[in-house]
Design a protein around this ligand. Structure first.
Ligand code: FMN
Length: 187
């Protein structure tokens, strides 16, 4: 069965390499995973005062997370951590108190930079935040993409070795989702 995965891209810019990577990964991951980008650019800055009457974008965002089988974070690296836009989305998903959208959703992190760091620092910090909100994260393979002009060809991952790694990642993430969806022990 195809698992439905909510994909959160931490960059808001149109030409984002992380968005391009997410789109290419979505093609490669089918039919094991159905990766659907959930937009976060229209979420207001988190403000507890807005919780009583949440904006439509917040209601829409939380619904999309809750109706997915799993969550994939596609993170850029800004100043050695993940973006404020991504943290803002995490805040909204975690609130109001007692109505968090995250716990128990299987998750994974990937990311792309233009530099050789490949989001290693951003992913490391994101992992600690994700653990706090109760998302059981896929441990590996870790995916750090140094995005170059020839990374994609016609919207697909051009490098054969990287395609193989992502195919393995897809199988492992699908397996992780399947394990966590298994019915809880019952009499
Ligand atoms: C504010 C800012 C801070 C950045 N800091 C880092 C950094 O710490 N490490 C890194 O590898 N790249 C850094 N970069 C470069 C990003 O990797 C590059 O802009 C990349 O394209 C961002 O992802 P996006 O294309 O999905 O927006 C930074 C870029 C910006 C705009």
């Amino acid at each position: 069965m195809t698992a439905k995965v909510a994909v959160i891209v931490g960059s808001l810019r149109k030409g984002s390499v992380n968005r391009q990577f997410a789109q290419a990964l979505a093609k490669l991951a089918r039919p094991k995973l159905d990766l659907q980008i959930v937009e976060i650019g229209d979420l207001p800055l988190y403000n507890e005062d807005l919780e009583a009457e949440p904006p439509a974008s917040v209601v829409r965002f939380k619904h999309q997370i809750e109706s997915a089988d799993a969550v994939l974070f596609v993170t850029p690296e800004y100043n050695r951590t993940f973006s404020g836009a991504l943290k803002n989305a995490i805040e909204w998903g975690s609130r109001p108190w007692g109505k968090t959208s995250w716990p128990g959703k299987p998750g994974a992190i990937v990311g792309a930079t233009l530099g050789t760091v490949g989001t290693a620092a951003a992913q490391s910090q994101l992992r600690s935040v994700i653990a706090h909100i109760g998302i059981p994260l896929l441990a590996g393979p870790e995916i750090y993409l140094n995005f170059r002009p020839d990374t994609l060809k016609d919207g697909e991952i051009a490098d054969e070795g990287f395609r193989t790694l992502l195919t393995d990642w897809t199988a492992k993430f699908a397996d992780w989702i399947g394990r966590l969806k298994a019915p809880a022990f019952s009499f």
